[in-house]
Design a protein around this ligand. Structure first.
Ligand SMILES: Cc1cc2nc3c(=O)[nH]c(=O)nc-3n(C[C@H](O)[C@H](O)[C@H](O)COP(=O)(O)OP(=O)(O)OC[C@H]3O[C@@H](n4cnc5c(N)ncnc54)[C@H](O)[C@@H]3O)c2cc1C
Length: 298
């Protein structure tokens, strides 16, 4: 099943993102989270791919485990960083052999611990090249679904830091769609105006595939700085910052502010007909479950 088959007008999808755990304890905690969140009946879940292919097997194993033990379709992320064309093809073949239906095709960021990384050595320089390659894999007939993989791509409502020219950036996004992407998942954002403006700009550019909104509830004061780094350029509205300031160092209050803000964002997105909401869960269930509850979806 392709994600684009799941997304229906007037029926937004709800999906969750996990990262592969690196220790047996973290694995155990993640399976508890997955079990907990499966009660929310997600439309799909996605599994990240560590910078530079560092989690290639871990991503694969988690995707497989989710496929085997839940009813929720898992979507592996795949990046171009440090990979040859043959490595990417073999990863696709592994996923096709177990009937994984979709891939989120990304460029990836340079690995943090490898200063000698040279992007020019990667077989695929941009996500668009990976999308094109997945499309040609699809045409080879090596997938149990005759259409091959459904293909998701990333987009950045507030702009990607590498491309300050926003018109050019939209051309690059359109190129990914023209090469065969069938849905978009956005970077996290805290102000819905940024998402709605982005969605309008996509429409003006002739991008008509579903756009799923990325939401990350703030769960700790420390986490905000990490989020600001991860989502470089993210706009933190003053209203949110004021609420966080009121919460001060009280962990529970900070989490309540984050959950309340995320729930308000989700309600606004649903009111305006968003195609789907993707929660960056950080492998924890509480914030997502509470947002669900505030939306009346318990
Ligand atoms: C939903 C989501 C999930 C993610 N998951 C992961 C993950 O699992 N693992 C991971 O490592 N990273 C992940 N990332 C981060 C992502 O890999 C980085 O943000 C990366 O820098 C951009 O990826 P992209 O796929 O959008 O790349 P691209 O589409 O290739 O864009 C990257 C930059 O290049 C520019 N560009 C595009 N085409 C061209 C061109 N032809 N010429 C010049 N410039 C061009 C774009 O405007 C942009 O600035 C994720 C991001 C999102 C939003």
């Amino acid at each position: 099943m392709h994600i684009s088959d799941i997304i229906k007008p007037e029926e937004p999808t709800f999906s969750f993102e996990f990262f592969p755990p690196k220790s047996p304890e973290a694995s155990h905690a993640l399976y508890e989270t997955i079990k907990d969140l499966s009660e929310c009946k997600p439309s799909f879940v996605s599994v990240t791919y560590g910078a530079g292919g560092t989690t290639r097997d871990l991503t694969h194993d988690l995707v497989l485990k989710i496929k085997e033990t839940t009813d929720t379709p898992p979507v592996p992320h795949l990046t171009c960083v440090s990979h040859t064309k043959e490595e990417i093809t073999s990863t696709l073949a592994r996923y096709a052999s177990v009937n994984i239906g979709n891939i989120l095709a990304l460029r990836g960021d340079p690995p943090a611990n490898n200063s000698s990384y040279d992007r020019s050595q990667d077989a695929f320089q941009q996500a668009v090249d990976l999308v094109r390659h997945i499309k040609s894999f699809n045409e080879s007939g090596n997938h149990p679904d005759s259409r091959g993989f459904g293909i998701g791509v990333a987009a950045f409502p507030e702009g990607h830091p590498d491309t300050p020219n926003r018109l050019l950036e939209m051309d690059y996004l359109k190129a990914k769609v023209d090469e065969g992407a069938d849905y978009i998942c956005t970077q996290l954002f805290f102000d819905n105006h940024d998402f709605f403006d982005f969605r309008d700009r996509c429409q003006l550019a002739g991008i008509n595939i579903p756009i799923i909104a990325g939401i990350m509830p703030i769960t700790s004061a420390k986490g905000i700085h990490r989020m600001a780094e991860l989502a470089a350029g993210a706009h933190f509205p003053a209203r949110l910052l004021k609420a966080l300031k009121r919460a001060g160092n009280d962990k529970e209050s900070v989490q309540q502010v984050g959950i309340q803000h995320a729930a308000e964002q989700c309600a606004g997105l649903l009111d305006q007909g968003v195609a789907g909401i993707h929660f960056y869960t950080l492998n924890q269930s509480r914030a997502t479950r509470e947002v669900y509850s505030l939306l009346g979806m318990r």
